[in-house]
Write a protein that binds this ligand. Structure first.
Ligand SMILES: O=C(O)CCC(=O)C(=O)O
Length: 311
């Protein structure tokens, strides 16, 4: 399996980002960007004191590898201070599943079914501590998400349809990214990969995973990772960590599903194309097996030659 290190850039400003990094559509680590006082301030005690008894809904999992497809975790509501205490400890006096269970918070909108997460509105007492790097036009803003996890937590490989900067405030993370061109090597179910244990994959079940190229990086406190839309990412927290990520639109607003609150619903034209493909598959099943196979191959060839840039 080929491995590539994600490119690193120092002291990037908006002009450099927009002219030389953003157009490449490759992940990039931006070092030395001013993100405000959060890096010094957001330790466990400060977070507990400042947010206190506000309630948050969190993922709780027996094992570090969280698996959304097989849902190996539960959702629980905790007060923020209790959540921080648990997420920053390896063993727990009070627990839901096991004494070494793992916790993960992804902030949700005011009404999680209708609203996007906006970090500054949801956590006004933390808002002034974080200066979001200005790397895109404000009218393209989609959402900002607070993410806090236990040491060891590994988030399943997935893609988002928005451009994204992941601002790692404290704690370190390993991030493995895969290009959108590797989509067929990742055994997708919707926007998520079925291959959960990417370090020890079951090659008898997932032989094509060998062909995927890893783009790997280590995020340290203060680092900002640019994750272009459609790039798959798998994130492992090496320490108790706090991050905020900001999503923004790459395409015209009319391209997106207006009901999307997570930034992961496929663009409208892609959804329509997938529905048409589902109808084509159903129609092919009206044919005898050998005819179905023949016409399926012809349709695949047509899509490859007319809609894929390279195969
Ligand atoms: O940092 C994390 O915990 C996950 C980040 C992520 O999935 C994202 O920014 O889309």
């Amino acid at each position: 399996m080929a491995k590539i290190r994600v490119c690193m850039y120092e002291n990037v400003d908006e002009v450099v980002f927009k002219s030389s990094i953003y157009p490449k559509r490759l992940p990039a680590i931006l070092k030395g960007i001013a993100i405000g006082h959060c890096k010094q301030k957001w330790n466990k005690e400060y977070l507990k004191k400042v947010i206190g008894k506000n309630e948050v809904k969190v993922h709780v999992c027996k094992t570090p590898q969280m698996d959304f497809i097989r849902k190996n975790f539960i959702y629980k509501t905790l007060t923020f201070d209790d959540f921080i205490e648990r997420a920053s400890s390896e063993k727990h006096h009070e627990y839901f599943l096991s004494e070494d269970e793992k916790y993960y918070l992804r902030s949700l909108g005011e009404d999680p079914r209708k609203d996007v997460s906006n970090f500054h509105q949801l956590f006004p007492t933390l808002s002034n501590d974080l200066k979001e790097p200005k790397l895109f036009d404000s009218e393209s803003f989609f959402s900002s998400v607070l993410r806090i996890g236990s040491p060891g937590v590994q988030l399943w490989t997935h893609y988002d349809v928005m451009d994204n900067i992941l601002i790692q405030v404290n704690g370190r993370k390993r991030v493995v990214l895969f290009s959108p061109k590797d989509a067929l090597n990742l055994y997708l179910v919707g926007d998520k990969s079925e291959v959960i244990d990417i370090d020890n994959p079951d090659y008898t079940k997932y032989p094509l995973f060998k062909n995927a190229t890893w783009h790997e990086c280590l995020l340290e406190p203060g680092d900002v990772l640019f994750i272009p839309a459609l790039w798959f990412h798998n994130v492992t927290s090496l320490d108790f960590g706090v991050a905020v990520n900001v999503f923004w639109r790459h395409l015209d607003p009319s391209a997106y599903d207006h009901k999307d609150v997570y930034g992961n619903k496929d663009p409208l034209a892609a959804t329509r194309a997938i529905q048409i493909a589902d109808r084509a598959i159903k129609t092919l099943h009206e044919l005898p097996d050998d005819y179905r196979d023949f016409y399926a191959r012809r349709i695949i060839g047509k899509i490859q030659s007319k809609a894929c840039s390279q195969f």
